[in-house]
Design a protein around this ligand. Sequence first.
Ligand code: TTP
Ligand code: MG
Length: 262
Amino acid sequence: MNVTCIHLALFRFKKKLYIYSLMFNSDTESMEKIVSTAARLTRPFTVVVEGNIGSGKTSFLNHFSKHKDVMVLTEPVNLWRNCNGHNLLGLMYENPVKWSFTFQSYVQLTMLQNHQKRTHLPVKLMERSIFSARYCFVEKLARDGLLPKPSAAVIDKWFRWVLHNADVDVDLVVYLRTSPETAYERILKRNRSEEETISFDYVKSLHEIHEQWLYRKTLWECPAPTLVLDADLDMSVIISEYDKCEPFILNKVSVPLEARAM
Ligand code: TTP
Ligand code: MG
């Protein structure tokens, strides 16, 4: 029996359980537990790495790529730079009023594709998620009036539809928490050509949205328990900070709802 067959069998099992729970309308809570356990069996333990632009998400993922049990999915920035020959990331920064909708629609699609990627490995580690694209970036563009309200509404409708109809479930969020100053410094240093126009104010506002969502938990729902790491630390010491969360990422230890490694 190959991996696809196993996935299919588990998917059918999960569906049957769900139908039984509807038929007998009994003890919904325990049925839900069984269904979510079955769902977990059909997909890997899924960890998403979040944090401001320049917080070190890619380095974090690269660090974990040495593990044979982890499927690492870095962010599809290269896809955004070349969509049938069009650099959507560049267009968005050049003229956000004209291109934000196009860009964020494509980001949403590529994030969904990453959420849907299957693996036979027990752990999947993703750079960002469909959640931060919507909750941080679409939110910021809409607040600034760069994404017109009707366009934001369409992206939101798509987002809600995906949440209800596709498996974008997450088991753990790792929040790489930086100060906006550090994030901005790193953005300047790495000098990604499209990002030349990014201002400190923009980084600061994005930081604030991440903080409200993942640290103070006053904005949006968090898709999973969150592990907060001090990502302001210098590269020379940050590796030991990364290593601290290895047991959580490899699903050897469960994360308490309000976990903070810093
Ligand atoms: P990030 O998703 O923050 O990735 P990064 O590689 O810059 O972060 P790190 O250094 O931590 O690895 O941003 C990638 C670029 O895409 C950045 O210019 C911001 C932009 N972006 C949006 O404009 N909208 C979005 O929805 C997302 C996800 C990114
Ligand atoms: Mg990156």
